[in-house]
Design a protein around this ligand. Structure first.
Ligand code: NDP
Length: 328
């Protein structure tokens, strides 16, 4: 038997209940994992609320992230006792995921737990933090280097707070944009933000195609008019990594920042990130991550608390990262 948060469809919408299930309910797969920790991401919020048609088959066990210990493996790469982490590959959407004490998965989807991280710390990173590391890597491949001014939007959220901490650790001059300056300003400075600005400063579509040059680069979790505004403020030859759509999935921009300032807009996708880049990203997280800063922005919940938190994360009211203890 294992414990899981089970979503089902009813005439009133999606129901979510913690239940004990027989092991034979687990999907087919080569590797069985005792899940110790999972996490809550924006996408988990959508899945828990039945939004975006991300889940087609019910009953369903959600949870797009998981970390734990292998108990059985039919694949040579993994053995009982190995510690593993999984983000992406649409686990938790099209496959039963991490909001359970047990999961059965394809070996190709797993990564070994990076040296120096516990399973809890790996889930404090989770999809959100993994995405931030991909974004920072992309900006560095573009040519950004320590000392450059970089903007992070949605800074008090999961992607944002991890990006602030990673960039600060790597020596960038980090400006954190948040809608919660009063409540989260000090915390953002404590994890490395040089400057904290109110998101209203960059929220509207830019009044002109080009504004004063402010950023060598940006990690954007918000999209929409905010992303358009940032593009207009990115300096000559700079780059923006588009990670999220917390503010909307449109992009009301012009081509002028691309043509007159040579600005580059990179798309970041963590879900289908190829295995080689995935391994490199986890390895770099193991090296660069400031685990103290991460912990300061992490809180812990049990499976039963997740349905109520779904609404909170979709409304942008949760803080930093939320790890899920699958044993409670
Ligand atoms: P969170 O809810 O933790 O963070 C989002 C933050 O964005 C909020 O905390 C808030 O920060 C800000 N925000 C919320 N609503 C608005 C709004 N209407 N306008 C402006 N800012 C807003 O979510 P995550 O960090 O988990 O995810 C952030 C985004 O990144 C989501 O859109 C998610 O889908 C996407 N994502 C994409 C991935 C990829 O592979 N590309 C992977 C992971 C996430 P504050 O209060 O500080 O302003």
């Amino acid at each position: 038997m294992f414990r899981a948060l089970v979503l089902d469809q009813s005439t009133d919408g999606i129901t979510a209940d913690v239940a004990d299930l027989d092991d034979d309910r687990l999907p087919d797969g080569e590797v069985t994992v005792d899940v110790e920790w999972s996490s809550l991401n924006y996408k988990d919020g959508l899945i828990l609320k039945g939004l975006g048609r991300l889940v087609r088959d019910y009953p369903h066990v959600p949870g797009i992230d998981l970390a734990g210990t292998v108990t059985e493996s039919a694949d040579d790469r993994y053995h009982a006792g190995d510690r593993v982490v999984l983000t992406g590959w649409r686990v938790g959407e099209t496959w039963w995921g991490g909001y359970a004490s047990k999961a059965r998965l394809k070996a190709d989807w797993l990564s070994p737990l990076p040296a120096g991280l516990t399973t809890r710390q790996a889930m404090a990173v989770g999809t959100a933090g993994f995405t931030s590391m991909m974004a920072v890597d992309q900006l560095e491949r573009h040519g950004l280097a320590a000392g450059d001014p970089v903007l992070v939007t949605g800074a008090a959220g999961g992607v944002g707070s991890t990006a602030v901490s990673l960039l600060a650790r790597l020596g960038y001059e980090v400006t954190a944009s948040t809608g919660r300056v009063d409540v989260e300003g000090d915390a953002l400075r404590a994890i490395g933000a040089t400057t904290v600005i109110d998101r209203s400063e960059i929220a509207g579509a830019p009044e002109r195609p080009l504004l004063s040059e402010r950023w060598a680069g940006a990690v954007d979790a918000v999209g929409s008019a905010t992303l358009a505004h940032i593009l207009a403020e990115t300096r000559y030859g700079g780059a923006v990594a588009a990670c999220g759509l917390a503010g909307g999935n449109d992009l009301p921009t012009s081509v002028v920042p691309f043509l007159l300032r040579g600005v580059t807009l990179y798309g970041i996708d963590s879900v289908m990130c190829p295995s080689e880049r995935r391994a490199a990203t986890w390895a770099r997280l193991g090296e660069v991550l400031d685990t103290g800063a991460l912990e300061a922005m992490t809180s812990e919940v049990g499976l039963g608390e997740l349905p109520a938190l779904a609404e909170e994360i979709l409304a942008g009211r949760t803080r930093g990262r939320i790890v899920v203890d699958t044993s409670r």
